[in-house]
Write a protein of this length. Structure first.
Lengths: 325, 319, 284
């Protein structure tokens, strides 16, 4: 078996806040396979966006500690200095943000954005050649009138069009790893469907890996190969999408699935998870989900459960998943 | 239908600055005790619909009436009585609270405005807070110190103190995590059952609309394109836009997933809407007639209206 | 929450930072000097002692004497009263009238709004000195005239800021929520709009205090404002400037008072702005 593209081990991220140290990631272990689309789901505060920030090392200034390993194709990113990290950012790792308007510079045309990205990736690329490639990149993301769009400024494009430009920029880099953080959340339903269809189509011709961060389980189920469920800075369950969704082993994953307002009978009670997301400042010596878990027993509050094998490639961090199955 | 409508839009249009047609010829009735959902994308006019209904905005033409009396008349003659009758939950719950007022004071606003008898209103508020599961210590906090879920519940509490008959909810679960949205919706449904409330609920979340509403209005570029009982709409959407919207909602369960109808392009500008049927520029089954002749909103079944020359021509269930 | 206790809490928040404390101390000293001038001063500020001109600082005359042998310290203290009464009263008038006009303008139909703005522009473009000359020519110089001239010239200042603030908040969800709850227009403006636009206006007012003090000094210098022998910081600087070759003390002392007061009111204004805004400063 080929080694995964990215192997994250015991990734810990802490930040200083007025109320004390916030534990944003509490020892995350995750493998991102080559050519796989990995969906990361979780509620707000689960640390899913921070995971992406760690991979790019674009961290807020109040981060007080980052620990563990992010082994990217044999290199530990956490051991690199900023200059060495720059060789990965925008070359081997690219990112699509939720809000393209803030990620695009309003003073530059779409063409300038794309040419900059291409020339950074291929130093010495002639401007004409870069323009031609930029035009091709726009065509590949379904923007028809590429020559006109290259001369447009970000504000002249619609939201869906801007997100297509972001994807074109990310793919022009020919990255090994593409991070997409809630990249369709701000879009309308029919435009979201277009972007997801585009990503689905592109992923077939793209041999890199994609990390697709979303709070939308249905979308992840449709698009991704693997699924990783996060809760309060930890991964509680991971594995192949179909397997995890058909056979969820962690009580949190089950609760999350039950909350989905799928086509259950009309009129019944809606499901919610009682209690609140744990305070990031609190330290845990037990299962983070235990306070809200309907199956929690004393043993759950005694120690932190490790991710254990629950099937082929399927892992869950619950000490009781065998008996609850 | 012999029951008189509680809410009625009669040929309502709203035009901004003489050019942007935000609402075009809306006719809609809602009976007492109904939960009606409004779906559509940004720019479809669903927020304008709510704002006209609660009198934040006057229609350019047509009449909106509540209980058979025009909203405009009620606002000039019995403003406070009208406000007690109809309440609205705004989309951004945190920003709906005065930033320099503690939550406690914000909750007393409706009592002060309507000079409700203090003791009675306080008791009612305490009961509502208990039902909403809001802790007492929230009362001394400022809006920026509370969570989105708490702000939502405070908005609901503030509306309920007035004992309204009708609640207009603009994206009631916006900003809420899935783990808590169920709780809020259960609460709204309980209140509806206990007090016989009427809801007009706007959302882009089709699953939510499907789960809680009895009837759905689908809007596109300021027009109603389809109106149908909820189950009927989800089982067999008649308008191609409704069909596409339903199909783009990916289900977690692969067996229940529909064939996706991915529409081309984006919603055109309301400043210069397309000729004929407004949807024809993106419609996968458009015919030559569609670009010329605007379809009327025609009744095709009991309580089922559709604005399409060729209803049922696009079916997301057919693989 | 009782009023004294909330005032105390506000003060504690103002003094939470070093700059806030500095500002508060300076403002407090200036206000005490202004309010209790007859007791704070050591002698009558107008008592002449021509035999004792330009005396060096001593126990009898803490800061020495001026060209007529008057006690400089006492004149400085009494000058504070003049400076403060002119500054506070003219700014209070400009604040109230300007804010009122600004809020009203923001809610007027576009045509009338433009009319108010044109009036603001006309006032702002009119040189205040020329205005002062014209008015003084009619009514004769007096402190009251200074107050009125300064107030009128500052009205557009407050009006424009108030209007801008209202425009940025006019469609804020919390104001719409109040309308939906049934709040009347005056209630929305007084209870919800004003508290949220006052911050920038308060800091504007505190920043304007030193500006007004200098305007008053300028007008007094031209003989259009405070009439001699009444002491004001402006006349003190002016007198000292005329006799600079005899002694540098009066100019430096009076200028220093002006500079320190300016700094104090600016720091205090900033701290006050932060203290009244519950969103700032709490997390730090």
């Amino acid at each position: 078996m080929t080694p995964p593209l990215v192997s994250i081990r015991n990734l810990t991220l802490e930040a200083a806040t007025a109320r004390g140290t916030a534990h944003i990631l509490r020892g995350v272990d995750l493998d991102i396979g080559r050519g796989r689309i990995v969906g990361v789901v979780g509620e707000s505060g689960s640390g899913k966006s921070s995971l992406a920030s760690c991979l790019l090392r674009l961290l807020p200034t109040n981060v007080s500690r980052i620990d563990g390993q992010i082994v990217f194709d044999g290199t530990d990113l956490n051991a690199l200095d900023d200059a060495a990290m720059n060789d990965f950012r925008g070359k081997r790792i690219a990112m699509i943000f939720q809000d393209p308007m803030t990620a695009l510079n309003p003073l530059f045309t779409i063409g300038t954005h794309l040419v900059d990205v291409l020339r950074r990736r291929h130093p010495g690329l002639a401007r004409d050649e870069a323009m031609a490639r930029a035009s091709a990149a726009l065509v590949s993301v379904g923007i028809g009138d590429a020559p006109l769009r290259l001369r447009s400024y970000p504000h002249q494009l619609s939201g869906g069009m801007r997100q297509r430009v972001m994807i074109a920029m990310a793919l022009a880099v020919e990255p090994d790893l593409l991070l997409a953080d809630e990249c369709t959340t701000a879009l309308d339903a029919t435009v979201e469907a277009q972007i997801v269809a585009l990503l689905e189509g592109l992923s077939r011709g793209f041999d890199g890996s994609i990390v697709f961060i979303s709070h939308h389980l249905g979308l992840v189920a449709q698009l991704c190969d693997d699924l990783c469920v996060m809760y309060a800075g930890t991964i509680v369950e991971s594995g192949p999408v179909a397997e995890v969704l058909a056979n969820p082993r962690h009580p949190y994953t089950r609760a999350l699935l039950a909350c989905e307002l799928d086509d259950h009978a009309h009129g019944g009670r809606l499901v919610s998870i009682p209690g609140e997301v744990p305070d990031p400042v609190a330290l845990h010596a037990a299962c983070v989900f235990a306070p809200r878990c309907s199956h929690a027993i004393d043993a759950c509050r005694a120690s932190i459960p490790a991710l254990r094998e629950a099937g082929p490639g399927h892992r869950a961090a619950c000490i009781r998943f065998e008996e609850l199955a | 239908m012999t029951v008189a409508a509680l809410l009625a839009f009669d040929r309502v249009s709203v035009v901004f600055g003489g050019q942007v047609q935000a609402l075009d010829d809306i006719t809609l009735e809602v009976r007492k005790g109904e939960i009606v959902g409004v779906v559509g994308e940004s720019g479809s006019g669903k927020s304008t619909l709510c704002r006209v209904l609660v009198g934040l905005m006057a229609p350019t033409s047509g009449t909106v009436s509540v209980g058979g009396v025009a909203v405009r008349t009620q606002l000039t003659q019995h403003r406070l009585a009208f406000r007690r009758r109809i309440q609205m939950l705004l989309q951004d719950a945190v920003a709906s609270l005065s930033p320099r007022m503690t939550i406690g004071r914000a909750l007393e606003e409706p009592m002060a405005i309507h000079s409700l008898p203090r003791a009675e209103a306080r008791a009612r508020l305490a009961e509502i807070l208990r039902r909403l599961g809001l802790a007492r210590d929230v009362l001394t906090k400022f809006p920026h110190q509370i969570s989105g879920g708490q702000a939502r519940r405070i908005g609901v509490a503030r509306a309920l103190v007035l004992g309204p008959e009708i609640i207009v909810a603009d994206e009631p679960t916006a900003g809420l995590d899935v783990s808590v949205q169920g709780e809020l919706l259960n609460l709204l449904l309980d209140l509806q059952r206990d007090f016989g409330l009427t809801y007009l609920m706007v959302s882009h979340n089709l699953n939510l609309i499907r789960r809680v509403t009895g009837r759905i209005v689908v809007m596109y570029l300021g027009q109603i394109v389809e109106e149908a009982p909820t189950r009927e709409l989800f089982d067999a959407p008649a308008h191609p836009y409704a069909a596409a919207l339903i199909s783009t909602n990916p289900a977690v369960d692969p067996d229940k997933r529909l064939r996706q109808i991915v529409l081309q392009g984006e919603m055109p500008s309301a400043v210069n809407p397309p000729s004929g049927c407004r949807f024809h520029t993106r419609c996968p089954v458009a015919q030559p007639r569609c670009s010329v002749e605007p379809p009327a909103l025609a009744e095709i079944g009991a309580g089922h209206r559709v604005r399409c020359h060729f209803p049922y021509s696009l079916d997301p269930r057919r693989h | 929450m009782t009023a004294p206790r909330s005032a105390l809490r506000l003060l504690r928040r103002i003094c939470a930072s070093f700059t806030g404390t500095t500002g508060f101390v300076i403002v407090a000293i200036v206000l005490v000097a202004a309010l209790f001038a007859p007791w704070v001063a050591t002698t009558d500020p107008d008592r002449l002692d021509v035999m004792n001109r330009f005396a060096a600082p001593s126990l009898a005359h803490w800061l020495g004497t001026d060209h007529l042998g008057r006690d400089l310290y006492s004149r400085l203290v009494h000058g504070t009263t003049v400076a403060m009464s002119v500054a506070l009263s003219s700014i209070a008038i400009a604040f109230c009238v300007g804010t009122l006009l600004g809020v009203v303008a923001a809610y007027l139909p576009p045509r009338l709004e433009r009319l108010v703005l044109i009036v603001f522009d006309v006032i702002a473009s009119f040189p205040s000195m020329v205005l002062a000359l014209a008015i003084v020519a009619v009514f004769g110089p007096s402190t009251l005239i200074v107050v009125i001239i300064v107030a009128v010239t500052l009205i557009p200042h407050f009006g424009r800021v108030a209007r801008g603030q209202v425009l940025s908040l006019k469609s804020a969800p919390f104001l719409e929520a109040e309308r939906i709850l049934g709040a009347s227009f005056p209630r929305i403006v007084l209870h919800h709009l004003l508290p949220n636009i006052l911050g920038p206006l308060v800091i504007l007012a505190s920043m304007d205090i030193p500006v007004v003090i200098t305007i008053e000094a300028g007008l007094s210098f031209l003989g259009l404002g405070v009439r001699p022998p009444l002491a004001s910081w402006g006349t003190l600087i002016q007198d000292g400037y005329q006799y600079l070759s005899d002694s540098w003390v009066p100019v430096v002392v009076a200028s220093l008072a002006l500079a320190v007061a300016t700094l104090g009111f600016t720091l205090f204004g900033e701290a006050l702005r932060d203290a009244v805004d519950p969103r700032i400063g709490r997390e730090r």
